[in-house]
Design a protein around this ligand. Structure first.
Ligand code: DQA
Length: 147
C-alpha cells in the first residue's frame, strides 16, 4: 500500500466560494473525499493538507521522505514564485506531481511562469477537480511501476 501526501497552497481553502467563475464550486474537502475514494479503490491511501504558508509547505515536503511514497502538489500562487518550494521538491527523492485546477497557460501572462514545475515529475493543468484525480492516477501508476 502506498501513501500519498496531497498538498494545496494559499487560498485553496476558499475553493467553493473563491471566484467560482474561475475555480468552480467544488470545495477542497470535496476534492479530498474524491481523492481518498480514488486511492482506496487501488488499495492506497492519501493524506490531505492545505496551508497558506510557504514555510509550512516546505516543512511538510522536507519531512515526507520516511512516511510517504509520493506527493501531489497544488502550489497555487507559489507555483509562479517560490524557489523555496522548488528547492524543497528537489531536495527529497519522493516523486512529486504538480496540479492546477485552471489552465495556467490560458490565463494572465504571469501564470505562465512555473518555477516549481522543473523539479516535479509532471504537471496536470486545466481540468478542474479532475486535475487532482488525473495527477493522483499518474502518481500511483509511477509508484506501482517502481515497486
Ligand atoms: C491554481 C492556479 C494559480 O495560478 C493560482 O494562483 C491558484 C490556483 C489552480 O489550481 O488553478 O491559486 O494553482
Amino acid at each position: 500500500m502506498a501513501r500519498v501526501l496531497v498538498l494545496s497552497g494559499p487560498n485553496l481553502n476558499l475553493l467553493g466560494t473563491r471566484e467560482p467563475e474561475v475555480y468552480g464550486r467544488t470545495t477542497l474537502d470535496e476534492i479530498h473525499t474524491m481523492l481518498s475514494a480514488a486511492a482506496e479503490r487501488r488499495n492506497h491511501q492519501v493524506e490531505c493538507r492545505q496551508s497558506n504558508h510557504e514555510g509550512e509547505l516546505v516543512g511538510w515536503i522536507g519531512q515526507a521522505g520516511g512516511s510517504f511514497d509520493g506527493i501531489l502538489l497544488n502550489p497555487a500562487a507559489l507555483a509562479h514564485s517560490s524557489i523555496a518550494l522548488r528547492d524543497a521538491v528537489g531536495s527529497v527523492t519522493v516523486p512529486t506531481v504538480e496540479v492546477h485546477l485552471t489552465n495556467v497557460f490560458a490565463r494572465e501572462e504571469f501564470r505562465r511562469t512555473l518555477v516549481v514545475a522543473p523539479a516535479v515529475r509532471g504537471v496536470v493543468t486545466g481540468f478542474g477537480p479532475d486535475s487532482y484525480r488525473l495527477g493522483l492516477t499518474a502518481l500511483l501508476d509511477m509508484i506501482e511501476r517502481a515497486a
